[in-house]
Write a protein that binds this ligand. Structure first.
Ligand code: HEM
Length: 535
């Protein structure tokens, strides 16, 4: 065990040294999901149907991929940049499905993307995803890692190696008995967030409004996931945030801003792009922050071992001590978990509060539900949450209306597959239009209304198709952080609604989503927080 840690210390130092150097690569589709039908997003891409496939198709009643309708390259560019859908790619899913039907192809240069926009067809793609499902090959993220000798993590790894990593990372992220052990740590972060809200509103005239909830919740989510992963507090909820953390937040934002732009260009041109160095340097910073935290944990573990003390801990300690991964691999995975685990949860909580503020009836029902399970000052635990169906329905409805990953992707790497009336060759890139399906009135009557009750189990519940809203993805490649994300969202929403009555921005401003790799609010969500006890 010692030798492993020593090896680790050495390799980490080497990594840090490399992180200080210049140039290299890549950004990316964080989830491989594409903002624009990932516009460029994936160099991998679907290829034209092979002649053999066409032969198969013409013999039977199945049609070939070439027969699919869809916009040309120029038309796609016109939609993205002429009509302004680059930041509204989620909305473009809906518009294009109206024009072309539920299955259409989009061309981006040599890249062909097959868009899928009904729950039934999405199910068909996902059920044929193969042994080692691939979202995209994420060339920009992978290139960066190659240049810096970093290991791939669960987002970027492929094939059997990806499966090996997931089998190591999964248990303490997804098994309910492990996840519930994070409750106490997350609840401490929630308590600090409630204090922060109290302080923030006092700094404003009137003493109730808090500006930019998504920004505040970003710090909450960063603190929450760091507490789970690194078993340490980062100080994100202090009045003054540590400079490193500020820079981390900035770097994540820049990486996501640049990712969809970089993938529009051929890989060979990346080093000459004016923003390439910046892109590489923000990645360097993300790895540096995670690297410092990993190194700090290794030093703690070594000190304990030297003194003969038992080494106990949760996620990172377990990964380091169990020796199932090299330290380089641990760093690669932890960095990706940290990246994936922040603005996903923070944006979802922001949207949930935004709608609860605009719907006092549902908010009061939720407050009653929480108070009935946790009367007085009782702080909700993971056990209590299981008795709060409305709370869960609020989160489901929020994720239906604002799927953080509005369009996921799969590349069929094993075999040719049949979807609808079409047969597709190996290596076809499918863009799963989850946003469009979430707003399909056949799945969700009055789709533009926030109606959590549609998810409650009662006699007249409308039966949605099981693939009509899959915000955490599907199958063995589904979200690794789902259980932790849900726990965080349930614990913070239940406490906030128990503590405060949340009211909308008095200016009456409405907020629309935009696609910035992920679906995020286009403008600040400002909310009023009034003490419930004082009323
Ligand atoms: C509201 C919160 C979240 C949502 C809606 C969400 C959604 C998703 C989606 C749609 C995927 C792609 C799944 C697929 O392709 O089938 C994904 C993958 C992933 N998520 Fe999340 N996520 C959330 C929070 C988190 C958190 C908190 C973490 C980390 C602790 C995390 C870590 C990951 C990782 C590592 C992957 C890649 C898994 C793989 O490719 O094997 N996510 N997530």
């Amino acid at each position: 065990m010692f030798s492993h840690l020593k090896r680790g210390c050495y390799s980490l130092k080497r990594l840090d040294a490399q992180a200080g150097m210049g140039a290299a690569a890549a950004a990316a589709l964080r989830y491989g999901a594409s903002p624009a039908p990932s516009a460029a997003a994936v160099s991998y891409g679907a290829r034209r149907a092979s002649s053999s496939t066409q032969a198969v198709a013409s013999r039977g009643r199945l049609k070939a991929m070439d027969e699919l309708p869809g916009p040309s390259f120029l038309t796609s560019l016109y939609w993205l940049f002429g009509k302004g859908y680059f930041q509204k790619a989620h909305q473009m899913q809906i518009e294009h499905s109206k024009i072309y039907g539920p299955l259409w192809k989009s061309k981006y240069g040599p890249l062909v993307i097959v868009n899928v926009a009904t729950a039934e067809l999405i199910e068909q793609v996902l059920r044929q995803e193969g042994r080692h499902p691939v979202r995209t090959d994420m060339p920009h993220w992978r290139t960066y890692r190659e240049l810096r000798n970093h290991a791939y993590g669960p987002l970027t790894e492929l094939g059997a190696e990806w499966q090996r990593i997931r089998s190591i990372l999964n248990p303490r992220m997804l098994k309910p008995k492990h996840v519930s052990t994070y409750t106490g740590a997350i609840n401490q972060v929630v308590s600090d967030f409630i204090f922060k809200i109290d302080w923030l509103r006092q700094t404003q005239a009137g003493g109730t409004i808090v500006h930019d909830m998504a920004g505040e919740l970003y710090k909450f989510a960063f603190e929450g996931i760091s507490t789970v992963l690194f078993e340490t507090r980062m100080g994100c909820l202090n009045k003054t945030i540590p400079e490193e953390t500020q820079k981390f937040i900035f770097s994540v934002g820049e990486m996501f801003r640049l990712s969809p732009i970089i993938v529009l260009f051929p890989k060979s041109t990346w080093p000459y792009l004016p923003f390439w160095k910046h892109f590489v340097s923000v990645w360097d910073h993300l790895f540096k922050v995670a690297g410092d935290l990993v190194e700090k944990k290794m030093t703690e573990i070594s000190a304990k071992m030297k003194q003969g003390e038992p080494v106990e801990g949760e996620y990172l300690t377990h990964l380091l001590v169990s020796e199932q991964m090299s330290v380089n691999e641990v760093l690669g995975s932890i960095t990706e978990l940290l990246l994936a685990g922040v603005d996903t949860t923070s944006n979802t909580i922001s949207w949930a509060l935004y709608h609860l503020a605009r719907d006092p009836l549902i908010q009061n029902q939720l407050s009653d539900e929480v108070s009935s399970i946790c009367p007085g000052d009782k702080v909700p635990t993971s056990d209590d949450i299981t008795k709060m169906p409305l709370l869960k329905a609020v989160v489901k409805e929020t994720l239906r209306m604002y799927p953080v990953v509005p369009g996921n992707a799969r590349i069929t790497v094993d075999n040719e597959i049949v979807v609808g009336d079409y047969i597709f060759p190996k290596n076809t890139l499918f863009h799963l239009c989850h946003y469009a399906v979430s707003y399909d009135a056949q799945n969700f009557p009055q789709p533009f209304d926030f109606r959590p009750e549609r998810w409650l189990r009662n006699a007249d519940r409308f039966k949605q198709h099981p693939f009509s809203s899959v915000p955490f993805g599907f199958g063995i490649r589904a979200c690794l952080g789902r259980r932790v994300a849900e726990l965080e969202m349930y614990l913070i929403l239940s406490r906030l609604i128990k503590h405060y009555e949340v009211r909308p921005d008095p200016s009456g401003a409405t907020v629309q989503p935009i696609t910035r790799t992920l679906l995020v609010p286009s403008t600040s969500i400002n909310l009023q927080f009034l003490d419930r006890k004082a009323q």
